[in-house]
Design a protein around this ligand. Structure first.
Ligand code: AMP
Ligand code: ZN
Length: 468
């Protein structure tokens, strides 16, 4: 299996640290709003990487964090007049709902920065002890020039560098010994959340969070560290400097970065305002369509979002679902009999398609080619399975299509469709149950609707519902 490693700028054969096991750390979102579909790209891509490793028989330890303390979260909390924790908790819960709709499996562990402060204080103290960091009036900075390998991931020459703009700006920036130094700990400002530390009441910088969470849940050296390509510099470069100086060990063997999701060839981002949230899209499309669209490009290429491409993805997905539906129908009717010679030959062809799929995925997870192979299998099924086929043939070919779709996180079972009218009827029944204080029935109805992808919201104007 070959992976393009940003560290070496080459496709390399994947060799795990421990045979049969893979450890993966993926930088997760900062939770101050609903996630947008650009944020969904790394979630979908690396969930697919995880699924493919599992298909290949690896045991995967997959860790992805939530950044739950940050200037943007505090700003949102101040605007809404609530605590930063309330904002973070709300958007973590919303993000998990979106992930479920996208069929992104929960990570083995989703650490949150605010639960890991002691680990950060320990690592920062260790860096100070080793001479890689210094305290300046309560702010702790990392001595960037002291780390010999600085720039090895982003291929930047230290002398050409300007300090990265994603680090937190602090009062007293002039206390830095060198403009390249970045923040590990910053003192609180009035009204901000804070933690006690040996240097000041304050909070950690963004980069140290990931170094600490990766170490705690995956160890000092991990197989794969991943995220969007905007994180290469300074975030991942700084993570390497922190972790390797603190631990005296390589941080990650393979660095994987997804390309941007663009709109009109510009990166989709909250700051540019050119974004759609996953929730917006869920009102127009089944989120499976978004997943299928996202995987129609190799993960390192940019992908342009447009209504036409989403429609094309919808049609493509529909072709697969229809084929599986037909195979199920045929399977109910088919007779138990031996495979005919022709069926055996067709299954050899199907197996060759599976090999082609594996080859595409082994080549740095080429999901675009993998989707194309699924279409070839669908065509084979559509042209060869019929009322005279044996049950075994139908089950085998259906099994291959479903297995390969599942590796891409594509669910081939159609969701049970529920009509607007039935939803309204159930909501009325729930209201009646609530009036009669039959809360268990009311909860049952809410859960039943949720299972069918319908979310209820109790508002002052009555009950509203939404397809998710
Ligand atoms: P953030 O919350 O901005 O730190 O982003 C969370 C993750 O989403 C990071 O891995 C980013 O690199 C990634 N990301 C943000 N915007 C995009 C985009 N337009 N296309 C692809 N990935 C993105
Ligand atoms: Zn990170």
């Amino acid at each position: 299996m070959k992976i393009y490693n940003t560290l070496t700028r080459k496709k390399e054969e994947f060799v795990p640290i421990q045979e049969g096991k893979v450890s993966i750390y993926v930088c997760g979102p900062t939770v101050y709003n609903y996630i947008h579909i650009g944020n969904a790209r790394p979630m979908i891509v690396f969930d697919t990487v995880r699924r493919y490793f599992e298909y290949k028989g690896y045991e995967v330890n997959y860790v992805s964090n939530f950044t739950d303390v940050d200037d943007k979260i505090i700003k949102e909390a101040n605007e809404e007049g609530c605590s930063a924790k309330e904002i973070a908790d709300r958007y973590i819960a919303e993000c998990k709902k979106d992930m479920e709709g996208l069929n992104v499996r929960p990570a083995t562990k989703h650490p949150q920065a605010t639960n890991e402060i002691q680990g950060m204080i320990d690592m920062i103290s260790n860096l100070i002890d080793k001479g890689y960091a210094y305290n300046s009036n309560g702010t702790v900075y990392y001595k960037t020039r002291k780390f010999v390998g600085y720039g090895k991931l982003s291929k930047k020459n230290i002398d050409d560098l300007e300090a990265g703009h994603r680090e937190i700006k602090v009062d007293g920036e002039n206390d830095k010994a060198d403009p390249l130094d970045f923040v590990l700990w910053k003192p609180k400002k009035e009204g901000e959340p804070y933690w006690e530390s040996p240097w000041s009441q304050g909070r950690p910088g963004w980069h140290i969070e990931c170094s600490v969470m990766a170490k705690r849940y995956l160890g000092e050296t991990i197989d794969i560290h991943a995220g969007g390509e905007d994180l290469i510099f300074p975030h991942h470069e700084n993570e390497i400097a922190q972790s390797e100086a603190a631990n005296g060990a390589d941080f990650a063997h393979y660095w994987m970065h997804n390309g941007f999701l663009n709109i009109d060839n510009k990166k989709m981002s909250k700051s540019l305002g050119n974004f759609f949230t996953v929730r917006d899209i869920s009102e127009k499309f089944d989120l499976q369509v978004l997943r299928f669209f996202m995987l129609s490009a190799q993960y390192r290429s940019p992908i342009n979002f447009s209504a036409e491409l989403m429609q094309a993805a919808k049609n493509g997905l529909e072709r697969i679902l229809t084929a599986v539906d037909n195979l199920k129908d045929l399977s109910d009717k088919a007779r138990d009999k031996e495979l005919s010679q022709e069926e055996k030959d067709n299954l050899v062809v199907a197996k060759q398609f599976q090999d082609k799929y594996d080859a595409a995925m082994d080549d740095d997870f080429n999901t675009a080619d993998a989707e194309a192979v699924i279409f070839e299998l669908v065509k084979l099924a559509n042209t060869t399975a019929n009322v005279d086929s044996s049950k075994k043939y139908i089950s085998e070919i259906k099994g291959i299509i479903q297995k390969l779709s599942d590796v891409l996180g594509i669910i081939t079972e159609r969701k049970e469709e529920i009509l607007d009218e039935d939803i309204e009827n159930l909501i009325n029944e729930r209201q009646k149950a609530r009036k009669n204080k039959d809360f268990s029935r009311a909860d049952e109805i809410r859960d039943e609707l949720l299972a069918k992808g319908i979310m209820l919201k109790d508002t002052r104007e009555g009950v509203k519902w939404q397809r998710i």
